[in-house]
Design a protein around this ligand. Structure first.
Ligand SMILES: Cc1cc2nc3c(=O)[nH]c(=O)nc-3n(C[C@H](O)[C@H](O)[C@H](O)COP(=O)(O)OP(=O)(O)OC[C@H]3O[C@@H](n4cnc5c(N)ncnc54)[C@H](O)[C@@H]3O)c2cc1C
Length: 291
């Protein structure tokens, strides 16, 4: 299946339309439709099917089936910054390539960690910092466990096969910049300890930078942690897309069972919570349809 779009009749989901090998297939649902396309494609399919912010949908000439302004909004990710050291001797990555993970607080008064980072056996520079990355390096991947910035997923047009526009909006909240710099400071303090000396020829980036230069480094080096999530959130406010049973507001027989329903990103990695969302959805379907 290359692409999917929801089929709706009189406010009820009745199936999906999919393109496979160039052919359009219509797949009818006997009980209900469950979208589990991830935080980028689930809101895209909803919007193309007429479920989303009415003004946004009208811009693309999509007939509005249900006005839900939260569709595609509230996008979150554990944005990260590669602090990179050049290996003294090149070492090939082993196992997962990730030796250690640490959760830490930028302020001990916080209830839960706002910094996350993992030590990685290879560098992950951004396009902006790639020219400064060594041929053989390792990295402290400094990240934000509780980012405050919010992005969004939008359509480019009404075409089913068009890729959506992802506005990640990383570091748009000023607190995230401060927390990012705190995280880079912790990574540098650890990476430059004597314990790592046998592995280090030199610190490639960022080095000992001051205020504005360090802010430029975090902005230049910011990359996704591949944890995009929260773009069709569960809740009760006007920006919520699904209720506590994962049902899309205003549409009958349509549920979402993926990371897009999270109201805010988890402090830790996102895959396990997505599995739990899937299990919750399976239980709700079993209970409701007596399967
Ligand atoms: C490179 C990478 C590394 C990661 N590493 C980790 C990690 O180490 N630990 C961790 O916890 N998390 C990790 N994650 C994040 C984790 O994989 C995601 O948070 C999680 O898989 C999200 O689950 P989901 O169900 O929301 O969506 P997904 O797992 O993305 O599932 C969506 C599915 O829908 C399919 N799909 C999408 N659009 C369409 C369409 N239009 N038609 C038909 N099918 C469609 C996709 O092919 C996919 O199979 C990583 C992610 C990436 C990309």
């Amino acid at each position: 299946m290359r692409e999917a779009a929801g089929l709706l009749e009189r406010g009820r989901a009745v199936g999906v339309e999919a393109v496979r090998d160039g052919r359009t297939l219509r797949i009818n649902a006997s009980r209900e439709v469950v979208l589990a396309l991830g935080a980028i494609q689930t809101p895209s399919v909803l919007m193309r099917s007429g479920i989303g912010d009415e003004n946004e949908l009208r811009t693309f000439g999509i007939p509005v089936v249900q006005h839900l302004p939260g569709v595609g909004q509230n996008l979150q990710d554990h944005v990260s910054f590669g602090c990179i050291w050049e290996y003294r001797e090149p070492i090939a990555p082993r196992n997962t390539g990730n030796g250690a993970t640490l959760y830490w607080k930028s302020d001990s008064a916080l209830k839960s960690p706002d910094l996350l980072f993992c030590q990685v056996e290879f560098p992950v520079p951004s396009p902006e910092t790639a020219s400064r990355a060594p041929a053989h390096g390792w990295m402290m991947f400094a990240g934000l466990a509780l980012p405050k910035s919010r992005g969004r997923v939008r359509l480019r047009n009404a075409e089913p096969l068009a890729t959506p526009r992802i506005e990640a909006n990383m570091l748009s909240h000023p607190d995230d910049v401060k927390t990012a710099i705190a995280c880079v400071d912790v990574c540098r303090a650890l990476g430059n300890t004597r314990a790592f000396e046998p592995l280090v020829a030199r610190e490639s980036m960022p080095g000992p930078l001051g205020g504005a230069e360090m802010e430029r480094f975090v902005r230049d080096s910011a990359v996704t942690y591949w944890h995009q999530i929260c773009s069709a959130k569960m809740g009760r406010d006007a920006m919520s897309v699904v209720d506590g049973k994962l049902k899309v507001y205003g549409i009958d027989r349509l549920r979402i069972a993926d990371g897009s329903v999270m109201p805010r990103i988890t402090t830790g990695n996102t895959m396990a919570p997505c599995v739990i969302i899937g299990e919750k959805a399976a239980r709700a379907l079993r209970d409701e349809h007596d399967i």
